[in-house]
Structure formats: C-alpha cells, structure tokens
Design a protein. Structure first.
Length: 265
C-alpha cells in the first residue's frame, strides 16, 4: 500500500493537537492527502458541555482550513458515535487511509495488563498502520527502527515480520529516512544470525541490531542508542482472555519510550 492518504484523529479533550501537527508535516514531506477526523461521543472523547463542543468545532474547522491554505488536499469528518474507537476504525476503512495518526494516551503497565485501554481497539482493528504520536519534536534524525522476530514459527507472526520489513522500506523511501532493524532474543539457542537477518531484510549489517533481553526493553534501548525518531512494531489481534489481558510488546513499549511508535497489525 502506498503512503498516499493519511487520516488524523483529533482529540476533543485538548487544545493541543500533536497528531495533527505530525500529520500535516508528513503530508508536506510525502505529498499525501489528509483526512481530518474527530468523533464526539462516549469514552475518552466525551464532551457534554455545549461551549466545549462549540470550541472544538472551531478548532476542527480551523485545522482543516489551515491545511487547505498550506496546499494540502484535505477532507474533514466530524461525527457523533457511541464508541469513538469503532467509529474511527470504520472511518479509516471508508476513506481508504494508508496510515492513521493519533496522539498517544499514557497508561501504566498495570492498566494495560488488566483491561483494554482506549487505544486497544484502534491498534487491534485498524485497517492500516497506526502512528502513535508521543511528542511534537521534529524527526531530526530521520531514523526509523523496525522490530522483527525471525525465530517465530507462527504463520501470523511470520506474515507480520514481512509486513514490518516491507513497510519500513516504503516508509524510509517516502520520508527519506534511515531504516534500522532490531531483533531481541532471551534464549541464546534462538539468537538470530545478524548476517542472515540483514540479507532477509535487504538492509546493510551496520543497520541491523541483534540484542539479548526482553523485546520491549531491547527495542527501547536500541532506539535510544541510535537516536530513532520512530519505532515500528507489530501486533497480532487476539480474542478471549488473551485479548483482554493485553500487555504485548507494542503496548508495553508505548509507555516507555520518547519515540513515536508506528503499530502494524
């Protein structure tokens, strides 16, 4: 999928919209079109005060107009729904978004372990990658770190590895960034061969990092070491108790790195 249409989710609870700023800058860098989306309803984005709703409508309209004045091909959508997360997933599919931009909402490890968070549904069900914006700093290093698990025997995870590698390459081409690969291992019997991993990913060995440790820790530390502006990870949807007790690598990582995190499912 080409990175040619971005969807940004505005937050009705905040005057600051870092996801919009990142999406707007990305449109200028890549030439992509932009769909500005917001949902007023229950949950995290609930707004009951008429004055608050009117203020957000003005912010929404101003954001759309600003992008249009900057030469971005843009559409806007403001709707009401009982669940903004499911509504956003449906909107992304409806407009054929190639990537969703959303501001990160902090949660503790315990919160993520015990129940689905506000971001959980979006990360699991989105029809395209979701970029969680951690801050408004510039991507000065233009450096992306993609995390893969070559030792997996799961067909779903192998497919996800291929998607991550392919997307990292497309992302680097679109943004003019430098792509790195990281693979973590906890058992030396399953330590990946660096040369084989580099060949499989189509990336020079100097940009491939094989690190011993828990995946979230290894990815976080490697991102810090190389000055990564963006971390690219995958998540495999689960159901039943495994879907309720979340705590996988991508969600754990969100709360422990200053880098933006792009999640593929």
């Amino acid at each position: 999928m080409a990175l040619d249409k971005f969807m940004v989710i505005l937050d009705p609870t905040s005057e600051q919209q870092p996801a919009f700023e990142r999406a707007l800058a990305s449109c200028h860098m890549t030439g992509a079109r932009l769909h500005v989306y917001a949902c007023l309803g229950t949950g995290q984005h609930e707004q009951t005060s008429p004055s608050a709703v009117n203020a957000f409508r003005r912010l929404f309209d101003d954001s759309v107009e600003r992008a249009r004045n900057e030469g971005i091909e843009i559409t806007g959508e403001l709707e009401w729904a009982a669940d903004w997360r499911l509504a956003a997933v449906a909107a992304a599919a409806r407009v054929s978004a190639s990537m969703i931009f959303k501001h990160y909402t902090p949660h503790s490890d315990i919160e993520r372990e015990l129940r689905p968070t506000y971001d959980w549904t979006l990360l699991r069900l989105a029809p395209c990658p979701v970029l969680m914006i951690k801050n408004r700093r510039d991507w000065k290093n233009r450096r992306v770190l993609a995390a893969v698990c070559p030792a997996t025997t799961s067909e779903a995870h192998q497919k996800l590895n291929n998607q991550i590698i392919s997307f990292a390459q497309r992302f680097s081409d679109a943004y003019g960034s430098e792509a790195h690969i990281v693979s973590a291992f906890e058992d030396r019997r399953y330590e990946p061969r660096l040369d084989a991993l580099a060949e499989n990913c189509g990336i020079a060995e100097e940009f491939v990092h094989v690190v011993e440790g828990k995946p979230a820790d290894a990815i976080r530390d490697t991102a810090e070491d190389i000055g990564a502006d963006l971390i690219l990870v995958g998540t495999v949807g689960r159901s039943g108790i495994h879907g309720t007790i979340v705590g996988n690598t991508s969600e754990r990582l969100l709360d422990h790195t200053p880098s933006d995190v792009l999640v593929l499912n």
